[in-house]
Design a protein around this ligand. Structure first.
Ligand code: ADP
Ligand code: MG
Length: 252
């Protein structure tokens, strides 16, 4: 049977110890994410968003509680298995793009496939080209990453996150370094990927970015204080059109 619950989190706690101080970064989180959802994880600085994303992305383990990723309890996995899951099931997009400099867009996107023994060099190239096509960079595949604009670099990073056909993409403040117009263009791309079935967890502290997602989960002091489905989300393409006519205004 197909599993539609991509993320299942129960009573999750994360505690940091710094000197003799104890920081409860996550205080008993329950969260369920279904295949095809596009959710924003929101909240002010220090509310626990990145801590949660590190756990969701298998970069860190919870102090207590359970996290099932695509039906598998991460507690049952060793380091190698976690690394394989990270590489083959999860896509990551960061605020700072994290591309290799002086390296072409194509080579950057091929990178995650180098660790996949099931993919040969020909298929690697084809899949990287497809991913770059999907993010609108057909004509820039051979360009060096450091010679591209911020928006283009983020598109390369999104292509890289797609190339292993992940079950979910995690983005942490992925529009944080971009101007308004470019941010909306990137959100339009995420909306398009989501409309084609991709599950996306998008961390942001910006309400004007969260309106482009379909569910807003708000954190405060390591707790979820609000979890709301957005029935009719704002279209980023329409927002861009209005922006061009100087007519788009986000209501805070
Ligand atoms: P956000 O991403 O929402 O800004 P974080 O998850 O980064 O929040 O931080 C949540 C809380 O945990 C904050 O009080 C922060 O100072 C603390 N924290 C985060 N990472 C660490 C760490 N590696 N060591 C100690 N404290 C941390
Ligand atoms: Mg953060």
């Amino acid at each position: 049977m197909e599993n539609n619950e991509i993320i299942s989190i129960k009573k999750l706690h994360k505690t940091y110890h710094v000197g003799d101080e104890t920081i409860n970064a996550l205080n008993g989180i329950d969260l369920s994410v279904q295949k095809g959802e596009f959710l924003a994880i929101m909240g002010t600085s220090g509310s626990g968003k990145s801590t949660l994303l590190n756990i969701l992305g298998c970069l860190d383990l919870p102090t207590s509680g359970d996290y099932l990723l695509d039906g598998v309890n991460v507690k049952s996995l060793n380091k190698n298995q976690l690394a394989t899951i990270r590489n083959q099931k999860l896509g990551f997009v960061f605020q700072s793009y994290n591309l290799l400099p002086r390296t072409s867009a194509l080579e950057n996107v091929e990178l995650p496939l180098l660790y996949n023994p099931l993919v040969n060099s020909k298929e690697r190239r084809e899949r990287a080209e497809q991913a770059l096509l999907a993010v609108g960079l057909k004509d820039r595949m051979k360009h060096l990453s450091n010679q591209m604009s911020g928006g283009q670099q983020q598109r390369v990073a999104i292509a890289r996150s797609l190339v292993n056909q992940p079950v979910v993409i995690f983005a942490d403040e992925a529009t944080g370094n971009l101007d308004t117009r470019t941010s909306y263009e990137i959100m339009a791309l995420f909306q398009e990927l989501n409309e084609n079935g991709m599950t996306i967890c998008f961390v942001t502290h910006e309400p004007d970015i969260a309106v482009f997602t379909s569910r807003n989960v708000v954190f405060r002091d390591g707790r979820i204080i609000k979890d709301k489905i957005i029935e009719k989300r704002q279209s980023a393409t329409s927002a861009l059109e209005l922006l061009d006519k100087n007519k788009y205004e986000f209501e805070y």
